[in-house]
Design a protein around this ligand. Sequence first.
Ligand code: ZN
Length: 325
Amino acid sequence: MYFMSKIILMKPFLYIDSEFKNHITPHGHPESPERIDTIIELLNSEEFANWPRGECAPATVEQIALAHSQDYIYELMDKAPEEGLVYLDGGDTVLSPRSFETALLAAGTVCKAVDDIFNDKNASKQTFCAVRPPGHHAEAGKAMGFCLFNNVFIAARHAQETYNIKRIAILDPDVHHGNGTENMARTHNAAHPERPIFYISTHMPDIFPGTGNPADNNATTLNIHLPYGCNSEQFRELYSNLVFPKLSEFQPDLTLISCGFDAHTSESIAPANLTSDDYGWLTRHICDIAGNTPIVSVLEGGYNLDALKKSVHAHLLALESSSPP
Ligand SMILES: [Zn+2]
């Protein structure tokens, strides 16, 4: 008797919660709660309705302290207003009454995505965490660039501390340099070279935060500058020639994507000209390199709501099509 074997694509886990809207930013601020509405609308569509959902959960103070100083954590808690907004970083980064708990939820959800993979709840070993506020600019003791806690770095350290994961890559295609993540990774790698966190960033050099220097590249740091007006061809060439070989060579046990979509041509925040398809292309290549090792993708930038929706769509379909059987 012959049985037809059926190839079942395992669907990546999705993490999203309307509570991520509780971090309020001023009217007209690009990092708006509407970003979450946009992604919820996409994920509620028929196409994604049967994708598995992970549970969002707040981080503990101990988890946040894997990346941030205790003083900074309590400073944010103390500064959260009872009403209105408190400005932390000029007009960029704010605290609203529920920002602190929303930032805990963002970081905790990425840690939970790590837990679900290493506790074998998520057999696909792939995830997308649609969280806000974003994290890659947040420094150990400083809020910056819309970011309060460094969600991705906290989750990387959580994976090392809790599951003894040794080699972690953080790939950051956001159009801005993740200054916070690079600095945290450098400090960590100097102290623990046996458990390296490889930070890879492709970004535009002449926009916020103005950091990220290819001259500083070493075995665990890779900064690559995008040319002004970077188009699909230039982007794909840079990744194919400079990023993928290094990522492959590093052989990560876990890959985190600091998944910013703000190099899209519809974004007014930066002079780059990528398409949603570029994010699908990038995702497929990251999955190819990761093979059977896990991928945790975490939302960073992406502010034009239509471009965000299309880019997340392309990203998710690429993750699904690359899921290990
Ligand atoms: Zn960005």
